[in-house]
Design a protein around this ligand. Sequence first.
Ligand code: CA
Length: 220
Amino acid sequence: MSNRTTILDDALYEYLTQVSVREADVLKRLRQDTAQMPQHNMQIAPEQGQFMALLVELIGAHRCLEIGTFTGYSALCVALVLPDDGHVVACDVSQEFTDRAKPFWREAGVMDKIDLRIGPALETLDALIAGGERGRFDFAFIDADKVNYLGYFQRAFDLIRPGGLIAVDNVLWSGAVVDASRDDDDTEAIREFNLALKNDARVSISMVPIGDGVTLARKR
Ligand code: CA
């Protein structure tokens, strides 16, 4: 027993997924399809997708934002648990990656719940704010280019309601955040983001060591 977070070796990780992950068949096949791509590491882990779906259910979310959709796994996890009138505004710059998601979204019957916006997410979010959507979202997932994390967070914060939740991916960056030899823009941006969140009194936070690290921030 330990009073710090348990490190998962391969056997324990395997056990965790075996006894807790209930991945729908369509999600599994989407994941297998993405696994053939060189960029497959950009996809979230299945236990993380299930965790986010649970969060969406817990807060009774109807309107969700996603910043960085890639091949659509996380959007599908969320869309599958949304009520009939719920939807996800999914932002990504890649037509190619998001096209790969569509057959799976369609098969899962959630095409009309996912409002895909191709283009720079900062512009999409600014357009939502300008269009009167401030405070009208319940949940946001940030998982796009790391150098813009603070910009995405600021806009997501404006767009969600008090009591709404923002989940931010890759906050541990495979451990690079504590590697003094790493001074690349992405790593520096994540360190800066994590420090900014710690000092942001507008939100309650928890950094959860699931996947590559997810920080949850609840708007006060
Ligand atoms: Ca990610």
